[in-house]
Ligand binder design. Structure first.
Ligand code: SF4
Ligand code: SF4
Length: 562
């Protein structure tokens, strides 16, 4: 099938593909340490689920996806977790990222694969499997693939094999060597998403890849389309435009136009993740530039970039490493950073190969930049507004439609690093947006704090009022209880109290004389009773005296008997 459409602009930089695409993919080998960054997707970094000192197995999940726009991370080899800490990260900012450092033991003991029955499984299960297997877009965007898997209604499934950046040939070699597995992945995606047509777009400078995929697609209904070699024809929007004629505006998803796009390497990993149950622990990386053995290697995620370049034999004039291509890539601020799923190419740079850009001259308004812009922008206007920090004006000129392809910088006769200005403007706008959101959050928290203080004050006032009302309601009864008694009643009460006290004193006195204090009080004796008592006592004494006298007289003997 011939492409029916074209896209605006584009350039033809030197390809530099043959340096690396002539030899088969090699195994990169096992570095002494793997520094696996947890920023492996466009979304949230994954959350570690292993501990320092723990032995991990190859393919074991070492970090869980954090939220929807995230993907899990797995151990690329068996070994010991040396550290979980911030390490240099493969990013233009040079800022560190939380990484899991593994010391491989060389045994490559692996966990068992966990495949799913992708034909029977529901979409949710498939999406979870893709997320948990760490599948992200391997074209460089690292967008979580799970989020792109729709439930059908797809007009066109576009598979991107264009690989338009100079120097990069990892997809080319993958298509040549693993075409059958790629087509299995493409067929799976097409079936699940019920695509009416499935097109694989490959630039026409890769005839071997086109031949391999055409053969593998025979009888599947999948069509391989050779597209003209023109940078940036491998941009998703440009390829969709070329294959379907549809223009996808900025801020609109291609699925709104019935089109979804996956990279060939992503389709390959989808197949491995769902059918073989194998997570993404490695990727094909082009190692090229100022090296003796340029080529493509299958490298484990976390392999230090300088170690990989070192394996390829850097030439004596090699200085620094570019990650990505010369158009969209960047010089690694920390060459020892571990490679990520976004690392498609490492170029050992030298002055002979990639001379430094001469100093920029003033813009002459030649218009060359707008002629090559694939997004139909006015790059020179963007440049002026970005340079003068009029970011609002830059946004009015559709700054965020810029895909940072670098075509404008490439043709600028004044050697103005235009893309650097756009990136700067975007960063400033994002930073301002982050600050605005932070300020909004702080204001919301402050308002809530004030509201809470006011609410507590009101509640306290209400409690005090309620307590005062209750006290007022009970006041008459208390007053009655505590009011002074009339004088007559008081006297009578006093008399009664005095008598009771005297009675208690008498009882205590009686108890002190050996009487039972509980016994009733004795009745005073009359004189007659007293006289009778005295006589009774005298009688008892006389009786005792007589008894004693009788005891003193001897008893009569037998001789005394008559
Ligand atoms: S190509 Fe360069 S010099 Fe020409 S208009 Fe654009 S920015 Fe100005
Ligand atoms: S970098 Fe942006 S402005 Fe320049 S050509 Fe590419 S899309 Fe257009």
């Amino acid at each position: 099938m011939k492409p029916r459409f074209t896209f605006h602009g584009g350039v033809h930089p030197p390809r530099h593909k043959t340096e690396s695409n002539g030899t088969p993919i090699r195994d990169a080998g096992l570095p002494p340490q793997l520094v696996v960054p947890l920023n492996q997707s466009i979304g949230n970094p994954a959350r570690p689920c292993v501990a320092v000192g723990e032995r991990v197995l190859a393919h074991q999940r070492i970090a869980d996806a954090d939220g929807n726009v995230s993907a899990a991370v797995h151990a690329p080899a068996s070994g010991r977790v040396l550290a979980i800490e911030e390490r240099p990260f493969a990013h233009p900012s040079g800022l560190p990222a939380l990484s899991i450092v593994i010391e491989p033991d060389g045994r490559d003991d692996s966990v068992d694969p966990v495949p799913v029955d992708w034909r029977q499984a529901d979409s949710r299960t498939l999406r979870e499997q893709l997320r948990d297997m760490g599948v992200v877009g391997l074209g460089g965007a690292v967008f979580p693939t799970a989020l792109k898997l729709s439930d059908g209604g797809l007009e066109t499934l576009v598979i991107n094999g264009a690989e338009c950046e100079p120097y990069i040939s990892c997809d080319d070699r993958l298509m040549r060597e693993r075409a059958a597995d790629i087509v299995l992945g493409v067929g799976l995606l097409a079936e699940r998403m019920q695509a009416k047509e499935t097109l694989i777009g490959i630039e026409d400078d890769k005839p071997e890849a086109i031949a391999a995929l055409t053969a593998a697609c025979a009888g599947t209904g999948i069509e391989v389309v050779s597209v003209p070699t023109r940078y940036p024809g491998g941009g998703a929007k440009q390829l969709i435009r070329v294959l379907t004629g549809k223009e996808v505006p900025h801020g609109v998803r291609s699925t709104d136009f019935g089109v979804q796009c996956f990279n060939v390497a992503t389709a390959y990993t989808v197949w491995r993740a769902l059918v073989l149950g194998l997570p993404v622990v490695s990727r094909i990386v082009t190692v090229t530039g100022a090296v003796a053995r340029a080529g493509n290697v299958e490298a484990r995620i976390g392999t230090p970039a300088d170690w990989l370049v070192g394996q390829a034999g850097p030439t004596p004039d090699s200085r620094g490493i570019i990650m990505g291509g010369p158009m969209m890539g960047f010089t690694l601020p920390a060459p020892a950073a571990g490679i990520t799923k976004a690392t498609n190419c490492l170029i050992a740079r030298s002055e002979a190969l990639l001379p430094p850009r001469p100093p920029a001259l003033p813009c002459i308004r030649c218009g060359a930049c707008s002629e090559v812009c694939p997004a139909s922008l006015q790059p020179m206007e963007l440049y002026w507004h970005a340079r003068s920090k009029q970011f609002g004006r830059a946004q009015e000129y559709a700054l965020f439609d810029c895909i940072e392809c670098g075509a404008c910088s490439y043709v600028c006769p004044s050697q103005i690093p235009l893309v650097d200005y756009y990136r700067y403007a975007k960063d400033e706008i994002w930073a301002a947006e982050r600050d605005r959101k932070a300020a909004e959050l702080a204001r919301t928290r402050f308002d809530f704090r004030n509201y809470r203080a006011a609410r507590d004050k009101e509640e306290k006032a209400a409690r005090l009022a309620a307590r005062a009302a209750a006290a007022a309601a009970s006041a008459p009864a208390v007053a009655a209880e505590t009011a002074p008694a009339p004088a007559a009643t008081l006297d009578a009460d006093k008399q009664a109290a005095i008598q009771a006290a005297m009675a208690r004193a008498a009882a205590r006195k009686a108890a002190g004389a050996g009487k039972d204090p509980a016994a009733p009080a004795a009745t005073p004796m009359s004189d007659a009773d007293k006289k009778a008592a005295i006589e009774a006592a005298m009688a008892r004494a006389a009786a005792r005296k007589a008894a004693k006298a009788a005891e003193a007289t001897p008893p009569p003997s037998e001789s005394d008997a008559p």
